[in-house]
Design a binder for this molecule. Structure first.
Ligand SMILES: Cc1cc2nc3c(=O)[nH]c(=O)nc-3n(C[C@H](O)[C@H](O)[C@H](O)COP(=O)(O)OP(=O)(O)OC[C@H]3O[C@@H](n4cnc5c(N)ncnc54)[C@H](O)[C@@H]3O)c2cc1C
Length: 198
């Protein structure tokens, strides 16, 4: 269990000296594969989170889930580009690209990353931006991460003051009339929905 960036550096250096393969997870939602003979670093205790309302951005540690970001950002009319479940880890989700319910309007979560703090496989700590390390930055933004463990991520929030949503389910024989009704209702909304899902 890592509690800080220093813990991650120490764990990676320990694994390097012993030639151990390293895995990482925070929520365990992703398939981690077999860790037999290796080291699995759990970042769920790395809960540092700050929201900057003046720039509309946030910085999240490696254990932060989207639900925490939503809770801090929403009172300011801001929202992150989280996925369909608020229970996912900010970093694991974003490193895979991150296509969520508001993606049709704002794009992938990875499109809105400003900076990434990473401990690379040689144990060195790097602050990576599109200007400082363009190749590594763009590889991380959507390419998952085979080169180290991300300890913090800085990203933009979107101006979304209000969200109306939820699941709809229908009896099997009813879809056509339901869809017509839904489409008609959407047109009548005072603020037409901008992020409808199929
Ligand atoms: C219920 C559910 C809903 C989902 N909805 C969406 C969705 O709407 N859109 C979408 O794009 N995806 C979605 N996903 C997929 C999700 O983005 C991936 O499963 C993602 O990997 C989960 O990340 P995690 O950190 O929560 O999981 P974890 O199991 O903690 O991590 C998964 C993997 O992410 C990488 N990783 C995690 N933390 C780090 C780190 N600090 N440094 C480097 N690598 C790290 C590792 O490769 C790790 O094996 C969904 C998944 C679930 C289970």
């Amino acid at each position: 269990m890592a509690a800080s960036t220093a813990d991650v550096v120490a764990a990676i250096c320990h694994a390097k000296v012993r030639d151990l393969p390293v895995g990482v997870h925070s929520t365990g939602h992703g398939y981690a594969g077999s860790s037999t003979g290796g080291m699995l670093i759990n970042t769920s205790n790395m809960q540092s989170l700050s929201v900057d309302t003046s720039t509309g951005s946030a910085r999240a540690g490696a254990g932060v889930r989207w639900e925490s970001v939503i809770a801090q950002a929403a009172p300011h009319g801001l929202a992150p580009l989280n996925g369909s479940s608020p229970d996912l880890g900010v970093i694991g989700y974003t490193l895979g690209g991150g296509m969520g319910p508001m993606g049709r309007t704002f794009g992938f979560a990875a499109d809105h990353v400003n900076a990434i703090e990473i401990v690379t496989n040689d144990g060195s700590l790097q602050h990576v931006t599109a200007d400082s390390e363009p190749e590594l930055f763009w590889a991380l933004c959507g390419g998952k991460c085979a080169v180290g463990i991300v300890t913090n991520i800085d990203f933009n929030l979107m101006p979304v003051p209000e969200v109306y949503g939820g699941p709809s389910s229908f009896p099997r024989r009813m879809p056509p009339p339901c869809f017509t009704r839904m489409a008609t209702g959407c047109v009548r909304c005072p603020n037409p929905p901008r992020h409808p899902l199929p």
